[in-house]
Design a protein around this ligand. Structure first.
Ligand SMILES: Nc1ncnc2c1ncn2[C@@H]1O[C@H](COP(=O)(O)OP(=O)(O)O)[C@@H](O)[C@H]1O
Ligand SMILES: [Mg+2]
Length: 429
């Protein structure tokens, strides 16, 4: 133990020194007669126990105690007031200011020894506690770091796992659908060819029948010709052939549309994540995404695309497409959850800025509470209990901000809908 004794009376210092050296041979003792030097000694020496006289010229023990306790660095020093003052007010003042004990002068050796033992024990205990606390703090910090690392890893694992799973599935489905669509298209073409032959044959037969009718006089033959003509008009053969033509034409159009949707799906790179960044026009990309989602969303919302032709950006089309898709799906889900009558609306708009192109996607759904506007971009934040992963917007943030050096943020007024703004750097050269 390192003990500092402060007393303006030299004799008192000597007595205390004698007692200390007698009773505690392993103590390192410093004596100080000038209270103004105490703070300096505390700073230089690592003091464990301070024996402090109260009545001293220049600076009283109580003032000194106040100074010491106001510095957090000295909070663990055991301070024992050493004084001849025996009034309750001084007692109270000292303990209120943080004194640990009080020894009355003249010093009784047995009491002195007992109180110092107690102070030593208390000092050792606080030191141990402090060390444990520091250790726990350090471990806590380590845990925090590991925890955030784990969350990060989990986020990326889920992201890549989910994306590649969806990607593989979608590629498979898209390719599987592509082939039969092509087959049906070709078969329709063939069917249309055969239908033309049948039509030609019918026209030829009708003409021939007319020619035969003008030359035949036999009653029975004329009756047969009339029966054939009746059958022809009863079956509405003219309309039938016309209908077949338009049905074939419509089916071909629908198939072309289906094949475009599948092609758009294949173009988006979450299906093909290795695809590199390339120059791209976001207005065109939006059209592609809308082609995929519009039909499905049409039960809930009407989507209006007001995006004009925009400058090129350098981006990963699949990833940006995925961000747009996430935002649209969120808006559709929010509007659907609102259960209002009639369709909701989603609008797309786009602007040129000096260095960025800016896309604004806004809806007339329930909106987002102000306090959630930042939180929605954090991993695992969701308001869809049990139904959302809370990953859509955090992945979008990662894609726009980290991977494309752009910006994404939300604006919203409750009950008036939500707006998502994406800014992407323009291609400079
Ligand atoms: N257009 C919107 N309108 C209202 N709330 C929205 C909208 N878009 C996103 N949100 C809120 O942001 C949250 C986080 O979205 P997201 O990260 O995609 O996760 P998830 O959709 O799985 O909940 C949603 O749960 C929802 O509360
Ligand atoms: Mg979502």
């Amino acid at each position: 133990m390192r003990v500092l004794v402060v007393d303006d009376d030299k004799l008192n210092l000597k007595v205390a020194d004698g007692f200390l050296k007698n009773c505690f041979t392993d103590y390192y003792v410093i004596l100080c007669q000038e209270p103004t030097k105490v703070m300096g000694i505390l700073e230089a020496e690592n003091i464990d126990i301070l024996l402090l006289d109260i009545i001293m010229p220049e600076l009283s023990g109580i003032d000194l105690l106040r100074q010491i306790r106001s510095n957090d660095f000295y909070r663990d020093i055991q301070v024992i007031m050493l004084t001849s003052l025996n009034d309750k007010d001084s007692f109270k003042a000292c303990f209120e200011l943080g004194a640990n004990d009080y020894i009355l002068k003249p010093i009784d050796i047995t009491e002195f020894q007992a109180r110092l033992h107690a102070a030593e024990k208390a000092r050792n205990n606080t030191r141990m506690l402090r060390e444990m606390l520091d250790m726990m703090k350090e471990q806590n910090n380590e845990l925090k770091t590991v925890n955030s690392l784990l969350k990060d890893t989990q986020f990326h694992l889920i992201q890549s796992g989910k994306m590649s799973a969806i990607g593989e599935l979608a590629t498979g489905v898209a390719n599987d659908i592509n082939a039969p669509i092509g087959d049906v298209y070709n078969q329709l073409k063939e069917l249309s060819g055969y239908h033309k032959i049948v039509k030609d044959y019918i026209d030829f037969s009708t003409d021939s029948l007319d020619k035969i009718a003008s030359r035949v006089e036999d009653e029975d033959t004329l009756k047969i010709i009339e029966a054939v003509r009746n059958k022809h008009s009863k079956l509405n053969m003219k309309d039938v052939t016309k209908n077949v033509d338009s049905i074939v034409e419509e089916s071909q159009k629908d198939l072309t549309c289906a094949s475009e949707i599948v092609q758009s799906l294949l173009n988006l790179s979450w299906i093909n994540p290795q695809k590199n960044n390339a120059r791209c026009r976001i207005d065109k990309l939006i059209e592609q995404v809308l082609l995929v989602i519009r039909n499905e969303a049409s039960k809930v919302v009407e989507i209006t695309n007001l995006v004009p032709e925009l400058s090129e950006v350098y981006c990963n089309q699949g990833e940006i497409g995925q961000v747009i898709l996430n935002i649209v799906i969120n808006a559709v889900q929010a509007i659907k959850h609102e259960e209002k009558e009639g369709l909701g609306h989603i609008y797309f708009n786009g602007y040129e800025e000096e260095n960025y192109i800016s896309i604004r996607i806004y809806d007339d759904g329930p909106g987002i509470p102000r306090e959630n506007l930042d939180k929605i971009f954090k991993p695992f934040f969701t308001c869809k209990e049990g139904q959302g992963t809370g990953l859509g917007l955090s992945i979008s943030y990662d894609i726009i901000v980290n991977k494309h050096k752009g910006m994404i943020y939300a604006e919203s007024e409750l009950e008036k809908g939500a707006a998502f703004i994406i800014k992407l750097p323009k291609v400079t050269n």
